[in-house]
Each structure stands twice: as C-alpha cells, then as structure tokens.
Design a protein around this ligand. Structure first.
Ligand SMILES: NC(=O)c1ccc[n+]([C@@H]2O[C@H](COP(=O)([O-])OP(=O)(O)OC[C@H]3O[C@@H](n4cnc5c(N)ncnc54)[C@H](OP(=O)(O)O)[C@@H]3O)[C@@H](O)[C@H]2O)c1
Length: 243
C-alpha cells in the first residue's frame, strides 16, 4: 500500500537526504511504496530532488510551500488530502537559523526564526495530527537539534525556537500515545548543510553529513509497528563544535 509522507524543507540539506533515503528504501523493500510530498519555498530544488527520488522508483509530488505562511500550511495539508486521502508520515524538518551575538539580534531575526521554527511547525503539526488521530495511525518526526537542550552564545533565537519545538514534541506525545501515533524527536549536532554557509575544511572535518541523520530517520519509520523510536540524539564523534 502507498504511504503518504510529507517532508518539509526537502529541497536541501537534511530534508533532501531524508527524501532520498526514503526513496532508496524502496529498492530493497518492494512492499514499501512511499509517495513523497516534497515541500519547501524553492520549487527548482524540489524538482531536482523529485527527479532523483523517482530514479529509485518512489512516487513524488512537489508542493511549493512557505510554512511561515499559514495559508500555505493549510494548502499543503488540504492539497495532500484532496489528492491522496490520507497522511501517514510528516517530517517536520524545515527550519532556519541566524547565528550571532545576543546584542546583534533584531526584531526581524526574531520574527523570521519563530515564524518558521515555531509557528509554521506548530500549525502544520496540528493539522496533520488531526488526520492521524482520526485514523489512529501515523508517525511525526521533528528534526529539532541538540540546541533544543544545549545553548551556545551565538544561538539565542535558534535555541529558543528549538527548546520550543521540544515543548511541542513532548506535549503532542501525550495525545499521540493514546491514538497509536508515533512521535520521534531527532536531535542532531552539527551537520554540514547549506544552513552553515561557507565553512572552512578544518570545521567540515568535525561535522556530520546529512545521510548520518537521514538513515536513522528512515530506520525509525520502518521499525516494527509495535515499537516507537521516540528520540534520536546524533552527534559528531568529537562532540559539539559551536560556541
Ligand atoms: N545543519 C545542522 O547542523 C543542523 C543541526 C541540528 C538540527 N538541524 C535542523 O535540521 C533542519 C534542516 O536543516 P538543514 O541544515 O538541512 O538546513 P538547510 O540546508 O538550510 O535546509 C533547510 C531546508 O528547509 C527549507 N525551509 C526553510 N524555511 C522554510 C519555510 N519557511 N518553509 C518551507 N521550507 C523552508 C529550505 O528551503 P527553502 O529555503 O527553499 O524554503 C531548505 O530546503 C532544520 O530544522 C535545522 O534546524 C540542522
């Protein structure tokens, strides 16, 4: 049976790798038929990822979405429901980060960070969870961060937003356990992705790669029906690198 999987921020970095690993999982397991709904703000990125996913035999649908815009969040869910009638998995991966000293953070930085990481993630989750609660099955992943539990001097707004996401994870789990829905909080340390911009080799050598996160995510989704992998904390072997 087809499994309808929404991945936000699927155009780059960790989200792209999650999409590709779901598609690749189909190669060794023909009973697994993912239909990947790829969502982010840049349509051209989504088309590139979709082409790669289809080369592994997965079906795809690109829905250009800014999750900071509640009309677009609503459209992502209603379009998916109209086209496919259900949602089996949501990967809340889309996220933004602006890293600088506390004194340099502006109101615009605050609003930009919270609109995606908190408001968009909350309302998308609320709408998708309603679908899963009704059918009494489903799996929601949150790609939060080790910054949901650890602070760094340059990450005040980012950490606030990620601590907030963790609050949502723990609240929604109270509802989810009662209706057979799985919730997984994925907390990666530093991963080399476009989010970091230009990074010197000395630093990239200390970081993880997107596939180090996507492989455990897909494994958690495909694990036994009776089992919920609730938390994945994934760090570079040398520990955290930011200050
Ligand atoms: N990289 C790390 O070290 C690290 C560590 C821990 C956790 N994380 C978390 O992992 C997630 C993915 O990060 P990444 O490093 O892969 O970042 P990235 O390379 O910057 O990719 C982020 C993706 O999210 C999309 N996106 C951003 N804002 C969006 C919005 N408002 N609506 C829809 N899509 C949006 C971006 O596409 P568009 O710009 O085209 O929309 C892009 O596809 C984030 O939640 C991040 O906080 C990252």
């Amino acid at each position: 049976m087809r499994e309808i999987i929404i991945i936000t921020g699927a155009g780059k970095g960790i989200g792209k790798s999650i999409a590709l690993d779901f598609a690749k999982a189909r190669v060794n397991n023909h009973n697994f038929q993912p239909l990947l709904i790829l969502a982010s703000r840049t349509a051209s990125d989504l088309e590139t990822v979709a082409t790669q996913c289809r080369s592994y035999g997965a079906e795809t649908d690109c829905i250009q979405t800014d999750i900071a815009d509640m009309t677009e969040v609503d459209r992502l869910v209603t379009t998916t429901m109209e086209r496919y009638g259900t949602i089996d998995c949501l990967v809340n991966n889309a996220g933004v980060g602006r890293f600088k000293a506390l004194a340099e953070m502006t109101e615009e930085d605050f609003d930009y960070t919270m609109a995606t990481n908190l408001k968009g993630t909350f309302f998308l989750t609320q709408k998708v969870f309603a679908v899963m609660e009704k059918k009494r099955s489903g799996h929601i992943f949150f790609i939060t961060s080790i910054a949901a539990e650890t602070t760094f001097k340059s990450s005040s707004l980012y950490s606030m937003s990620k601590f907030g996401q963790k609050g949502l994870v723990e609240t929604i789990r109270l509802y989810a356990r009662a209706c057979n829905v799985k919730i997984t909080n994925v907390m990666p340390g530093a991963v080399y992705t476009p989010m970091w911009g230009e990074v010197p080799d000395t630093l990239t050598n200390l970081m993880m790669m997107p596939e180090d996160i996507s492989a455990p995510v897909v494994h958690a989704y495909l694990t036994a029906e009776r089992t919920s992998i609730e938390e994945l904390v994934i760090r570079p072997v040398g520990g955290d690198i930011a200050e």
